[in-house]
Design a binder for this molecule. Structure first.
Ligand code: PLP
Length: 381
């Protein structure tokens, strides 16, 4: 009666041609002179770090960035040769991995600098690092008002070389915060002169993430660090009402209907009985749940696309299953395609839509798609 599946039919499809397209579109918009560091942390925001990095490398990306050394090691083991920045630095004991795998750490504390310097000295090498300045994000980075002291101590490390100085914006996506963004740039430029006075002259400086690169052209210096827009996640992280590069989603998430049942008016559905059928209804069961990263906060809100129509989610999203009301969609059958993220017949649901309904941003939605979901890459690389 029905097809056989080798896998549970819930699948993430990653369109690497769209990734390449977004990369070139962003580059054309930002300016061909700016070098691009593609941020592929957190498994490329859920899109598959190895496959995305391989393709971006082929398209001419200059740098890759990951959050932790383990992510960089995964890329090296897959044969990625591009320079890789580890945005979050490393933890004590990992300095030998940084050297072994040829990773470039962001440095923002003296302890890490000391450990790396010693490890480099033992090997008789000099290692490049990127100094991260906190100009107002308050997260990782040498606080801008302590940068001079940091510099004085840093220059005593003979086996470390400052390849870049960088900072990160707190609110580049919000045009009401442009004064603050400009203040961050000013602080950063002051630090660069503090560094220059102490003999630190980096090959490059970089500030811009996706929203800054698009909305704050003055923040585009030698390099831009692009994450979200490469994956086509422009909708909720770029300010509205400004000119933007043409971006397309890279990820689609699809499934197939597992069961269809008729439910008489008055019955309740799912955990907590949060939905009551107000008419005789046709209900379809879809094999996706919060263990897959489909947010439980979409319970009784949002829709999936079936046979070219929106079918509302009914009842609680559970760990492995979600129910949709297909009463108004004619002829729904088992094995019908279901679109969770993607488009069909003029209708679309993107990660931004899901994020809005669940009170978050698109990045959290795509990052959250769990490894339980099978990922398919098209084309293969
Ligand atoms: C994650 C990250 C980025 C990328 O931000 P997007 O908004 O995805 O472009 C850039 N720089 C740093 C330091 C980051 O942590």
């Amino acid at each position: 009666m029905s097809a056989t599946f080798l896998n549970r039919p819930t699948t993430v499809e990653i369109n690497l041609d769209e990734l390449a397209r977004n990369f070139h579109s962003a580059k054309a918009f930002i300016g061909q002179d700016a070098r691009v560091m593609a941020v592929v942390k957190a498994n490329a925001y859920g899109h598959g770090a190895v496959e995305c990095s391989r393709r971006l490398e082929k398209e001419g990306v200059n740098w890759l960035a990951v959050a932790i050394p383990e992510e960089g090691i995964e890329l090296r083991k897959a044969g990625i040769g591009c320079p890789i920045l580890v945005l979050g630095g490393f933890w004590p004991g990992q300095e030998s991995l940084i050297l072994e795998y040829g990773l470039t750490p962001a440095i923002f504390d003296m302890r890490a600098a000391g450990l790396l310097d010693r490890a480099a000295k033992e090997k008789g090498i000099t290692v490049n690092c990127h100094i991260k300045i906190d100009t107002g994000m308050g997260r990782v980075g040498v606080r801008y008002d302590r940068a001079a002291e940091f510099c004085d101590e840093f220059v005593t490390f003979e086996n470390l070389r400052v390849e870049a100085v960088m900072t990160h914006f707190a609110a580049a996506d919000d045009l009401n915060e442009t004064d603050f963004t400009n203040a961050q740039m000013r602080r950063f430029d002051e630090i660069l002169s503090v560094f220059a006075l102490r003999g630190i002259d980096p090959d490059m400086v970089d500030l811009a993430n996706s929203p800054a690169a698009v909305a704050h052209p003055l923040s585009v210096r030698d390099l831009v660090r692009l994450g979200g827009i490469l994956y086509g996640l422009g909708g909720d992280v770029l300010p509205s009402g400004i000119e933007k590069p043409d971006l397309r989603p890279v990820m689609a998430l699809t499934s197939k209907i597992s069961l269809v049942k008729t439910v008489p008016s008055g019955e309740t559905l799912g955990y907590g009985r949060t939905f009551t059928a107000e008419r005789d209804s046709v209900i379809a069961t879809v094999p996706i749940g919060y263990a897959d990263g489909f947010p439980r906060s979409l319970s009784n809100s949002g829709s999936l696309i079936v046979r070219g129509a929106f079918a509302p989610i009914v009842g609680r999203v559970s760990m492995d299953w979600t129910l949709i009301d297909v009463t108004d969609v004619p002829d729904v059958r088992v094995d019908d395609d279901v679109i969770v993220i993607g488009s069909s017949g003029g209708l679309s649901i993107n990660a931004e839509d899901i994020a809005r309904l669940s009170g978050t941003i698109s990045y959290e939605v795509t990052c959250g798609i769990s490894s339980r979901i099978h990922r398919v890459f098209d084309p293969m690389n």
